[in-house]
Write a protein of this length. Structure first.
Length: 143
């Protein structure tokens, strides 16, 4: 089943994707194929070199987002932004559906869902037409 809202918590080892409504959710866990890869290589004057993200991992996370219309991406480090850039470059329709990329350490599943529901509730309120409005101030629509 597809849901309108999704939140992705992602780091270099795993991603958890929730597609949800105010009362239901579906959770998908995707693990990197090389979970034990060394993330930081040799040290240098600018803080070290980071190995590139695993494109197969990103593809599997993107597949878990199928059918969603608004995506919130959160995580503790740079992987969240790398994943957002990947979606924009390789899966443009999903990339256009990203509403925010935000920092979050390692919250529990309940904390992630609670945060995402509050985030989307506030976002939805921003795009609701005002009373008496013909709908011109509502959220963008797509056919």
């Amino acid at each position: 089943m597809s849901y309108y809202h999704s939140v992705v918590w992602i780091d270099h080892q795993k991603a958890t994707v929730w597609q949800f409504t105010s009362t239901e959710e579906e959770r998908t866990l995707v693990r990197s194929h090389d979970q034990h890869q060394k993330v930081h290589g040799r040290k240098s004057t600018h803080g070290g070199h980071r190995n590139p993200a695993d494109p197969k991992f990103f593809e599997e996370v993107a597949a878990a987002l199928s059918g969603t219309r608004e995506i919130l991406i959160i995580g503790p480090a740079a992987t969240k932004q790398e994943f957002a850039n990947f979606l924009r470059a390789k899966h443009a329709p999903l990339g256009k559906d990203i509403v925010a990329v935000e920092t979050a350490d390692h919250p529990s599943d309940a904390e992630v869902l609670s945060y995402a529901r509050r985030h989307f509730k506030a976002l939805d309120r921003m795009y609701q037409p005002a009373a008496g409005d013909a709908g011109g101030s509502g959220a963008p629509t797509s056919n």
